[in-house]
Design a protein around this ligand. Structure first.
Ligand SMILES: [Zn+2]
Length: 183
């Protein structure tokens, strides 16, 4: 297929629009009254089993893994993560409602890598490494950054994505260098 790349980008747009539409449907006020609930991943995020990068993460088990994945809402702050005790995807609904949709999409890719690492029995929070040097983080960031590049995002935009509240400038530079992103 000679138009594969363009089709892929269009498809990502469709996925992101869907993610966004689903998020908009998510009534925050209603969720505020159901603090402890978990939801199926596929309830909020549809079509991810068809995304090439997600299929690369989970291989043949993509559909099964996603249909078994649970989402927990976190209300204390933060953006997204994986619960190190049960492998659930933890999401702050305020981030889903207000965050930049490309950031949300790339974060989902990042966290899905952690979901696979959890399934493999890897230690997600190995404190013998700093955050930006932890192999599980580098693998997750690499996957998200490769997806961003494949979508045609510039280094400047990817660098902006990598810039997290909790990361100092030298950490950002170190991470960007490992990922071959000019920051
Ligand atoms: Zn991570």
């Amino acid at each position: 297929m000679n138009n594969g790349r363009i089709s892929d980008i269009d498809w990502q747009e469709v996925i992101m629009s869907k993610v966004l539409r689903i998020i908009n449907m998510l009534r925050l006020d209603r969720l505020l009254f159901s603090r402890t609930s978990t939801y199926p991943f596929t309830y909020f995020f549809k079509g991810f089993e068809n995304v090439e990068v997600v299929r690369q993460i989970f291989g043949r088990e993509t559909k099964e893994v996603l249909s078994n994945l649970k989402v927990e809402f976190i209300w204390t702050g933060g953006y997204m993560g994986v619960n190190p005790f049960n492998g659930h995807l933890m999401v702050n609904p305020r981030y889903l409602n207000n965050g930049n949709r490309l950031d949300i999409y790339l974060d989902l890719i990042h966290e899905l890598v952690h979901v696979r690492q959890f399934m493999e029995g890897k230690e997600l929070f190995d404190t013998s490494y700093s955050y930006v040097e932890r192999p599980t983080e580098i693998e997750a960031y690499r996957c998200a950054v490769e997806e961003a590049k494949r979508m045609g995002q510039t280094d400047a935009r990817i660098c902006e994505y990598l810039k997290a509240d909790w990361m100092c400038d030298s950490d950002l530079k170190r991470l960007a260098k490992v990922l071959s992103v000019k920051c």
